[in-house]
Design a binder for this molecule. Structure first.
Ligand SMILES: [Ca+2]
Ligand SMILES: [Ca+2]
Length: 224
C-alpha cells in the first residue's frame, strides 16, 4: 500500500484491483495516467487537501480511459457524500471533513478548455478527452478552490439551459441533474465564507514561474 505519493506516470496504465474479496486500494496525493482501471472491490484514494488527478493524454493506441468511465469511478467514490465507495476514486480528506463541505470535483478536458478557458492543469496541457479531478468545495463549479459569484453563474446557466451536465454546470452531487439539491450544496458552502482551497488557478505570469520551477525540479531529480 502506498501513501502520500504521486503517481506521475503519464501515458501509463494504472490498475487498482483487489486480489481477493477483501476491499483494498491505493492511497496517493495525485495521479496522472492515460489508462485507469479500478476493480469493484478496490479504490484509488486521493489523500490530501492538495490532491488532484489526471486521466487521459494524447496517445491514440490504446485510447485513454474515457471521461464516462472516470465519471462512474468518481460517482462510486462519492458514495452519497461518504467519499469512501468501492470501485471508485475516493477522498479520505473529504470523508473526514467535519463540515462535510468538500468533495472531488470532476471536469472533462473539453469543458476545461471550452467552458473554463483553461488549457493547462497542474503543468500539463489539457486534452479534450481528459478527465480532471481536484479536491475542492461543493459548489466550486469553475475549479478554482473558492465558491463565489463565478460559480453561481455556472449553475444558473446550467440549470436553465437544457442538455448541459457535469460538475462544471452545477451537478455537484453526481446524480446527473442540476437542481435544488445542487443549489442546497452551493448555498450552504457560500454561507460559511470558507477560506480558498489551494492551489487557486494562478495568473499567467505566476504560472510561467511555476513551470520553470517544475522543470528545474525534474532536472535535479534526474541528475541524482
Ligand atoms: Ca469557484
Ligand atoms: Ca445534481
Amino acid at each position: 500500500m502506498m501513501s502520500k505519493k504521486s503517481l506521475l506516470i503519464a501515458a501509463a496504465l494504472l490498475v487498482v484491483v483487489s486480489t481477493n474479496a477483501m476491499a483494498a486500494g491505493v492511497n496517493v496525493n495525485n495521479f496522472n495516467v492515460a489508462l485507469l482501471s479500478i476493480g469493484p472491490t478496490s479504490y484509488l484514494n486521493l489523500n490530501s487537501t492538495a490532491s488532484y488527478g489526471i486521466v487521459g493524454g494524447t496517445i491514440t493506441t490504446p485510447i485513454p480511459t474515457p471521461y464516462s468511465t472516470i465519471r462512474t469511478y468518481v460517482k462510486n467514490g462519492f458514495a452519497n457524500f461518504a467519499w469512501n465507495g468501492l470501485g471508485g476514486i475516493n477522498s479520505s480528506v473529504a470523508a473526514a471533513d467535519p463540515l462535510q463541505v468538500t468533495a472531488l470535483a470532476l471536469v472533462s478536458g473539453s469543458d476545461m478548455i471550452n467552458v473554463l478557458g483553461e488549457t493547462t492543469f497542474h503543468g500539463r496541457t489539457v486534452a479534450a478527452t481528459d478527465s480532471l479531478i481536484r479536491y475542492t468545495y461543493y459548489g466550486d463549479a469553475n475549479f478554482d478552490g473558492v465558491v463565489n459569484a463565478a460559480d453561481y453563474a455556472k449553475i444558473n446557466y446550467g440549470s436553465t439551459h437544457g442538455g448541459l451536465s457535469g460538475w462544471v454546470w452545477g451537478d455537484f452531487n453526481y446524480d446527473g441533474s442540476i437542481n435544488s439539491f445542487d443549489y442546497d450544496l452551493i448555498n450552504y458552502v457560500d454561507s460559511l465564507h470558507l477560506p480558498p482551497l489551494g492551489p487557486v488557478v494562478p495568473e499567467p505570469t505566476a504560472l510561467a514561474l511555476l513551470a520553470v520551477g517544475a522543470i528545474t525540479l525534474v532536472f535535479f531529480r534526474r541528475r541524482r
